[in-house]
Design a binder for this molecule. Sequence first.
Ligand code: DGL
Length: 367
Amino acid sequence: MKTSLTKLMSAMGCALAFTLLPGVPAQAQTATTVAPAKKAQVVILATGGTIAGAGASAANSATYQAAKVPVDKLLASVPELGNVANVRGEQVFQIASESFTNEHLVKLAKRVAALAKQPDVDGIVVTHGTDTLEETAYFLTLTVHTSKPIVVVGSMRPGTALSADGALNLYNAVATAAAPAAAGKGVLVTMNDEILSGRDVAKTINIRPDAFKSPWGDLGMVVEGQTYWFRAPVKRHTVNSEFDIEQIETLPAVEIVYGSGNASATAYQAYANAGAKALIHAGTGNGSVSGAVVPALRELRAKGIQIIRSSRVTGGGFVIRNAEQPDDQYDWVVAHDLNPQKARILAALALTKTNDAKSIQRIFLEY
Ligand code: DGL
């Protein structure tokens, strides 16, 4: 039975977690009479990054060491977390995320999936370096079969800096992971008060707190511990994904080569010789390929290596099949709207299921 308060809150698209007092007619209850809801149990998995960083002085907002502060100290530095959830922390890694390997991805996702199965866990937060945060968020949304909120968060400044952003980013992440309305929306990223889709989000600025953007816009905002929602993802994720981390132990090698006008085939051939099963072309414009490179890519495709056209242009739009290159004729794949680093993640997972280019293309259009 929805009270007028509940209707108001849900109409505002935000969630106020509370329970109605038993034995009192719902209509007679208001926000002041209902018992506060049982606090959500949120687990924080720490992996390192700037949010765990430390600089020599408060003026060091960009010069600092990442991955220094342990998870218990991180949680203790934001006592307000206890106002929005019951939290506990685990130190999964303590690394700068530019060094986040496929092995790190698999280990983290398995831990997230195991925790998500626990009835005493309502939501999970992953603290992470921002450099590869977008890849990890995408990998988790593709492979962890749960509808419980999973929120990946980082910071652009270390906690020692003036106007550090980590504490509020972490508070917002825990508030979002504790919010029932956050369930079923895929893996989320909270940065700079915004709630973004783990699928779409990318680091678009390298030294400002407003670094994370999605070309398709935010899902919502989190303000003073409340989440406000304005849209939901439409691509397949989590429980609707054909990829399951419980059935994955390793990822095939997929490499990225950056396109330019003065391109050569050397890097593609070197990666292929080193065992890459797919090559992501970070093409100019709409995934264009230099004429100096096309013959080599066709040869590599003939040897069974997947060729996937992404774009170095990442502000919006998507690579269109058979536009800049005859993909049907060459049996190549287009990455659709995925940037090269996200295309690498999806290609690696696709290759755990198939080596057929048409099947891989279907996967790129669905996830
Ligand atoms: N070394 C970078 C990383 O760990 C620092 C950037 C950050 O975390 O904001 O991703």
